[in-house]
Design a protein around this ligand. Structure first.
Ligand SMILES: [Mn+2]
Length: 274
């Protein structure tokens, strides 16, 4: 029997209508396997409905956590104030919000499947596939533990910006979660810089996109990621970037892993940058 097709889908950011339209376009639905590259919610018009749509897909769909998903956890716990551009109120006011939060904090940070590593933002150049998966699992077990709220209190901050294998405790987990959910640019030694959000050609002196660091140890696996709408769609031999700016009036994209066929939905502009 032939395996069902497997698609990776870019950042939804609360665009449930576009998700539904995209799913109708994908050959092999229902029954295809789906992996979502994170940032399921926020900024877009239908955060709650988007979360419900993904949850309703059950075992058919998996999702990695993005920075907006983590932001919801922090806002729900009163750790971070809501941002004026947030569109999370419908989730926060939902009668079953505890179940929604519980589901979200049990999502992984990294998924390895068929030679592909799916993360929301990036992988530090010092990490090979096995270390990336092991470090993702460290954060996942913390988020799923009784200490998750305490962890969220310590999750925010840009330091330590450079990975070391001897990092411990919350500093270690913060460095890992920043790489997986926020990384765009870093220095040649892997020091992360979160000040630049423009496209790859906007790299200031001394910075480069994380995937262009010479000697990057995850170069032998295809990394599939979202998060970087100003980078847009990018397909290289060992990289697929999938945030095509759905919430900004761009497209919602899905790629079929077996042959890299691309499926897209044009999106109305739900938000203006800035
Ligand atoms: Mn993001």
């Amino acid at each position: 029997m032939q395996n069902p097709p497997h698609y990776v889908i870019g950042d939804l950011q609360g665009c449930d209508g576009q998700l539904r339209e995209l799913l109708r376009k994908l050959p092999g639905m229902p029954g295809a396997r789906l992996t979502l590259a994170g940032d399921l919610i926020n900024r877009g018009p239908q955060s709650l409905q988007t979360l419900r749509s993904v949850m309703a897909l059950g075992d058919q769909a998996r999702a990695v956590l993005g920075n907006h998903d983590l932001h919801l956890l922090a806002v729900a716990c009163g750790i971070r104030p809501a941002h004026r551009d947030d569109t999370l109120d419908d989730i926060l006011n939902a009668p079953d919000r505890e179940e929604l939060i519980h589901w979200l904090r049990h999502r992984p940070l990294a998924i390895h499947e068929q030679g592909h590593l799916v993360v929301h933002a990036g992988v530090l150049p010092q990490w090979d596939l096995q270390q990336a998966l092991a470090l993702a699992a460290e954060v996942e077990s913390m988020l799923q533990s009784d200490r998750w709220i305490d962890f969220l209190h310590h999750m925010y901050g840009n330091q330590p910006a450079r990975w070391r294998n001897d990092l411990e405790g919350y500093e270690r987990l913060r460095c890992v979660i920043n790489a997986f959910t926020r990384l765009r640019f870093c220095q040649a030694d892997g020091t992360m810089d979160f000040s630049v959000k423009e496209g790859a050609d906007a790299a200031p002196e001394g910075l480069m996109p994380w995937f262009e660091v010479p000697g990057r140890r995850s170069a032998d696996v295809t990394v599939v990621f979202g998060h970087w709408s100003t980078l847009g769609l990018m397909m290289r031999e060992n990289l697929i970037a999938l945030d095509t700016g759905c919430v900004w009036g761009g497209k919602l994209s899905a790629v079929r892993l077996s042959d890299r066929a691309l499926f897209q939905v044009q999106c109305p502009q739900a938000r203006r940058p800035g």
